[in-house]
Design a protein around this ligand. Structure first.
Ligand code: PGA
Length: 263
């Protein structure tokens, strides 16, 4: 499976910056087909960034959104529905820990968003991750990691995919993002490659329980302080099929460097 590298620009960039960033990344990926890169700009920049990407489009560079609302349509001032994004974006980040924390998103709402995205032919990138940082010993050597220690991401995963048909489930992607590792959190540190792999393997096992053997083809990405220095370590893990990148996706050079380390 081709590694997927997602740029989550969060609530950053002005229009001019977003266009420069998108064009620079596009130029840098022209001759590189080793990964599938996905740019997720803020909502108002989706259409202008789409214009940049659509001029001589590259298969390896597509557009994604950072969120959708959990209802299909209606009097929900300020919200954006999955149907509004149909055809415009390929993917949508759902259940990001910032949305769970600041906007009090629940597992039930995230599950509804996943279904609406799939109905609109948009691939959900479902974010899951534990709040509590594991001990230094477990981070160094996760061979004793139990499912109980990563109950939160496993439960979040099962809740997000509840009620999906096997066909629908085969169209999702998972982003394992330990909350303690996300760069905007105080005292954040990246996970280790071994630890991220150990959790990804447990997530893969949970997906297999829901879907059987085809779960081997569901992309599991790692996110949390990924940068050009540590990306290779995460991307080399057998159950990690890509990265969800926040801070380091805001510079052409660092994002391209991460993309080009995809193996
Ligand atoms: P970070 O963000 O790479 O800045 O830690 C990742 C994310 O929140 O998706």
């Amino acid at each position: 499976m081709k590694p997927i590298i997602v740029a989550n620009w969060k609530m950053h960039t002005r229009l001019g910056e977003a266009l420069i960033l998108a064009s620079g990344i596009k130029e840098g990926l022209t001759d590189f087909t080793g990964c599938q890169a996905i740019l997720c700009p803020p909502f108002p920049w989706l259409a202008p960034v789409a214009e940049v990407l659509q001029k001589h489009p590259l298969k390896q560079l597509v557009l994604g959104a950072q969120n959708i609302y959990w209802q299909g349509e209606g009097a929900f001032t300020g919200e954006v529905s999955a149907e509004m994004l149909r055809g415009l974006v390929s993917c949508v980040i759902l259940g990001h820990s910032e949305r769970r924390h600041y906007f009090k998103e629940t597992n039930q709402e995230i599950n509804k968003k996943v279904l609406l995205a799939l109905e609109a032919r948009i691939r959900p990138i479902i974010c899951v991750g534990e709040l509590r940082r594991p001990s230094a010993a477990i981070l160094r050597d996760p061979s004793d990691l139990t499912s109980e220690m990563v109950k939160q991401p496993l439960d979040e995963l099962s809740a997000a995919v509840k009620g999906l048909t096997p066909e629908q489930l085969s169209r999702v992607a998972i982003a394992y993002e330990p909350v303690w590792a996300i760069s905007s959190n105080k005292n954040a540190v990246p996970a280790t490659g071994h630890y991220a792999q150990a959790v990804a393997a447990k997530l893969r096992a949970r997906l297999t329980r829901h879907l059987g053997e085809p779960a081997a083809h569901i992309p599991i990405l790692y996110g949390g302080s990924v940068n050009p220095q540590n990306a290779g370590e995460f991307l080399a893990q057998p159950d990690i099929n890509g990265a969800l990148v926040g801070g380091a996706s805001l510079q052409v050079r660092s994002f391209l460097s991460i993309c080009k380390q995809a193996v």
